[in-house]
Design a protein. Structure first.
Lengths: 881, 109
């Protein structure tokens, strides 16, 4: 007897699964045999296979029809399930969508930070050239280089595709007729810059734009501000420029191009480009001065390490003799463009970058929150599905196959996930503006449309679906219909190791965040509240920029004008104010060092520098420990006197302040020798991250730049108006700029304050999600133990014993999470605190209290739910038996 | 009641014709003999199933024999409702065709 082809027969048996009696296969075999007898075996085989292919269209048609029918049914079932357990569904959806939206926003932030400067074509070949200077004063790594570097590289190294430099001239005022304003980012540069960076021109020719004398290129918004709808090309603007203390002037520049506004995600922000021919010619040729930022774009395939090696000693080819004579070692190095924003710690950098460490921290937090949200979801979904054993049993009896049950549960999970996604989307839309305000960013929802984010979101959904479906798929669907119908599946919480682990993980993560947030807030509070060594309240600071001509001769008059405003208590000149980084210069003392620069003096060491007038110390309430402050009458104080702070006294090696009085020091930059007339107490002129450095103070009028006014706490607005009108009377037409010292000091902590706020909000979100999950679990178990509670009450159990029955196991878990989270938080926070020169001591009490508070909140959540269960009348429960 | 589709009508008539010998193979043969169309097994069985589901056909399994690889036949028989349905289709067809004579139909060519 001939047998039909077995493979085809197997296919048929899979196609016609509705016929377990194989009658169709019988029909086929009968016809096959008939054909084999009449027309030969080969024909019969071909015929059989042909029949199989003929069946495929109608089979596909059919399976799609029934598939969609089942899909509709399952969707309806899922929605019914959601609605019937609406509180449960709400908790479930809310938990994961809060987690999702928080983490998505942070991921947006992180992705945005990482995207800095990556929009330039070939950005991975662009480098900034920095220099390492090793001089007797110490080692310095600078972001800036000198004028001739760019030209020298352009001429000598063909492996460079393009090289450009730019000279920052930030914050000066620009004028056209009646429009006059401070502009932030002005750069003296040349057209080479547009070869290195991607700066699209809206009008004008990139190659010719900055070639002609005193030409300028404007960003679009700047052009709009000064010219409105007019065509700016060919028109002129006045830019206020001052090159040294003795002269300043308004220079006229002709607009030759308009470029797109600088994007947010670049370290090189620009408003106006000015042609570099307007710079002093010596700046461009001087190897020893000039703060140019030089960028180089290497040709493709050039090894940056080898190139760095080649250019590192380029200065020696031009001024090698001088460098050797001065004992100076100067090497150039390359800094990748994408490192500048997040990883640069170079000195003399014009930009304040972010910190890659904080970015890592934020990413970890985002992951933690996401983890908590997802664990919650997985937990609750699994727990929910265990209550559905009867449903599964019934389905099995009716004839559901295992795969169908799996599909049903998976489908429900996916439905809930998509609902959660929708809710998360809405949350993001509402939360993003708040986040932007808090973090000082300008993120938009459309930035979510990023392949990395979308793919990881997709992967996440798949992962959650798999995790949540594991339980129903493996346990529920494999159970025997009979046992499932009896509703017997082990559902004790104590028995489920996985569930316990999930709850533990959740609470450990949220407690970790909370403890860290508490420590960050403590440190912030410590920094903001601790005594700075001077009085920072009610100090209004007026900044002078570019009024040098006038200042030089009139500082005494200006001071008295402002001091004359009714209510102003005092006015005082200085070079900077607290909250701003001071300059520093080298100081030598009598002795023998390397015979440079001056025999008879020791090697210079860097000291911070402040120039103050005679009543500055009085204004700020900084005490003089020994000697005296500068005096108005003492004419030669400006020529002959230094003050030093306590740290400087220690560094100079004096035992007591009075020892220091009368000693001489030499300031090496200008080569001036002066006598110490007094020692002042240490005060925190920077944030508490920075330790107080040795500092010397001078009475040097030429360095006065800011005027501090002490004003009364009432009437502030009137005084601000008066200050403005006084300013306008003195400097008609130039915009004025004032700020409070407290504000400046607050800026020192802005990064930490932001981190603290973010951490606080995220920690609360984590706690809320975890508690939602706990509430869900508690209500589930209260329901499960319905009968047990009823019976116990009938037998005389009191309220307390029932509550403890329900909450004991959760309470233990939360306590354990306190024990696991505390050491991690302790270790992390100790690392973080090392960033601060002045910091709090970690206090175990904080950790214990924090854990206890979380414990109480968690317990409260569970007890609230248990109370309801314990308070029900046992008759209500047991009546249904 | 909805009218039968053309294919349902054909299968019902084939089962009627075959009386007690209506099962997959014979139904397929009959349809081929009458119409020249050879139905695929899939199409045939799906339509038969639908008729069973609509309670127009009764079905039972025959005793397995040595032939056909030892598999039993799934036999079909019309239920009273099927006659009703067929009658209805026939009525409709007659009504639709009335007045259109053979002559006119032939003239179409």
């Amino acid at each position: 007897m001939n047998h039909p082809p077995r493979l085809a027969e197997w296919c048929f048996s899979k196609l016609f699964t509705e016929y377990p009696d194989y009658s169709v296969l019988g029909d086929l075999t009968e016809e096959f045999e008939h054909h084999a007898e009449t027309r030969g075996l080969t024909f019969a085989h071909i015929w059989y296979w042909f029949q199989l292919f003929r069946c495929l269209p109608s089979w596909t048609d059919n399976s799609v029809y029934w598939g969609s029918k089942m899909f509709v049914e399952n969707t309806r079932l899922a929605i019914r399930n959601l609605v019937r357990h609406k509180w449960f569904s709400l908790i479930n959806i809310l938990g994961i969508s809060v987690g999702l939206s928080c983490s998505m926003i942070i991921i947006l932030y992180v992705v945005n930070e990482l995207s800095y400067d990556t929009y330039h074509p070939g950005y991975e070949r662009i480098y900034r050239i920095g220099q390492h200077r090793s001089i007797p004063l110490g080692d310095f790594w600078w972001a800036e280089t000198n004028g001739p570097v760019a030209g020298a590289i352009r001429e000598n190294y063909p492996q460079v595709e393009s090289v450009a430099h730019a000279f920052p001239y930030f914050q000066t005022w620009v004028r056209r007729e009646n429009t006059c304003a401070y502009e932030n980012h002005l750069w003296f540069t040349d057209s080479y810059l547009f070869d290195v960076f991607h700066i699209p021109f809206l009008s004008g020719d990139p190659d010719r734009a900055l070639v002609s004398d005193h030409s300028m290129v404007l960003a679009e918004s700047i052009a709009k501000k000064y010219f409105g709808d007019e065509n700016p090309i060919g028109q002129t603007l006045e830019v206020h420029i001052s090159w040294n203390r003795n002269e300043d002037r308004d220079e006229v520049y002709t607009v030759t191009g308009v470029v797109e506004d600088s994007p947010e995600n670049t370290h090189f922000k620009y408003d106006i480009f000015l042609s570099s021919d307007a710079l002093n010619p010596w700046l461009l040729d001087e190897w020893h001065a000039g703060n140019f930022y030089t960028y180089v774009k290497l040709a493709e395939g050039v090894d940056p390490v080898a190139f760095e090696e080649q250019i590192s000693h380029i200065a020696y080819e031009y001024v090698g003799e001088e460098l050797t004579r001065w004992g100076q070692n100067r090497t150039l190095f390359l800094q990748p463009l994408t490192d500048i924003h997040l990883k640069s710690d170079l000195q003399k950098d014009f930009q304040e970058g972010g910190s890659i460490v904080y970015l890592y921290v934020y990413s970890i937090i985002a992951l933690l929150i996401l983890l908590i949200g997802c664990l919650n979801f997985v937990n609750l979904t699994i727990v929910r599905s265990t209550t559905r054993t009867r449903e599964v049993g019934l389905r099995k009896v009716i004839g559901a196959q295992r795969i169908q049950i799996c599909l049903q549960f998976t489908g429900e999970t996916i439905l809930v996930l998509f609902l959660a996604l929708a809710v998360a989307g809405i949350l993001i839309v509402f939360l993003l503006p708040l986040f932007n305000e808090m973090a000082g960013t300008s993120l938009t929802v459309s930035q979510l449309n990023n392949p990395v984010i979308l793919y990881s979101l997709g992967a996440l959904i798949v992962l959650i679906t798999i995790l949540t479906s594991l339980y129903p798929v493996f346990i529920l669907s494999s159970s025997k219909a009979v046992t499932a119908l009896k509703g017997y599946i082990r559902q004790d919480f104590r028995g489920s190791f996985l569930l316990r682990l999930l709850v533990l993980g959740q609470f450990t993560a949220s407690l970790l965040l909370i403890l860290c947030a508490v420590v960050v807030f403590q440190q912030l509070h410590f920094m903001q509240e601790s005594n700075l060594g001077f009085d920072s309240s009610r100090k209004l600071v007026i900044t002078f920029r570019g009024q040098n001509n006038y200042l030089r001769d009139n500082y005494e008059m200006i001071k008295s004008e402002f001091a004359a405003i009714p209510g102003v208590e005092s006015a005082s000149w200085s070079s900077t104010v607290p909250g701003v980084r001071p300059m520093s210069f080298g100081i030598s003392v009598p002795g023998e060092g390397h015979p440079f620069p001056e025999p008879g003096w020791s090697n210079p060491v860097l000291y911070d520098f402040l120039s103050i007038d005679y009543n500055y110390l009085e204004t700020y309430g900084i005490p003089v420990i020994a000697g005296r402050s500068f005096e108005m009458e003492a004419e030669n104080d400006e020529q002959n006197s230094f003050l030093i702070n306590l740290s400087a006294m220690h560094r100079l090696g004096f035992e007591t302040p009075s020892d220091a009085i009368g000693q001489v020091m030499r300031e090496s930059y200008y080569g001036r020798t002066k006598c110490i007339i007094g020692v002042v107490d240490d005060f925190h002129y920077r944030g508490m991250q920075h330790s107080i450095e040795p500092m010397y103070l001078e009475y040097s009028r030429s360095r006065f730049r800011v005027l501090t006014l002490t004003i009364p706490s009432h009437d502030v607005n009137r005084i601000l108006d008066d200050v403005e009108s006084t300013w306008n009377a003195l400097f008609p037409g130039s915009p004025h700029h004032h700020i409070f010292v407290d504000e400046l000091l607050g800026r020192e902590y802005s990064y930490e304050a932001r981190a603290g706020r973010m951490l606080g909000i995220l920690a609360s979100a984590a706690l809320v999600i975890s508690c939602l999950g706990l509430f869900g679990l508690a209500s589930f178990f209260a329901e499960r133990k319905h009968h047990e509670i009823g019976v116990r009450k009938v037998l005389g159990a009191n309220l307390f014993s029932i509550i403890s029955l329900l909450s004991r196991q959760f309470a233990v878990l939360v306590l354990i999470s306190g024990i696991t989270a505390s050491p991690i938080a302790w270790y992390t926070m100790r690392l973080w605190l090392e960033n601060f020169a002045y910091r709090i001591e970690l206090n175990p009490v904080v950790f214990v209290t924090g854990s206890l508070v979380v414990f109480v909140i968690a317990l409260f959540t569970v007890v609230v739910r248990s109370l309801r269960a314990a308070a029900t009348n046992p008759v209500e429960i047991l009546r249904n038996e | 009641m909805k009218l039968l589709s053309r294919s349902e009508e054909m299968l019902l008539l084939a089962v009627w014709r075959l009386q007690d010998n209506a099962y997959g193979v014979t139904i397929r043969q009959t349809v081929k003999k009458m119409t020249g169309q050879e139905w695929s097994f899939g199409a045939l069985h799906i339509t038969l199933d639908r008729l069973v589901q609509k309670r127009l056909l009764d079905t039972h399994l025959s005793r397995p024999t040595q032939k056909r690889g030892g598999r039993s036949k799934r036999m079909y028989r019309l239920k009273p409702e099927a006659f009703e349905a067929l009658k209805q289709v026939h009525e409709v067809q007659k009504a639709m065709w009335s007045g259109i004579g053979d002559l006119q139909l032939n003239n179409v060519k």
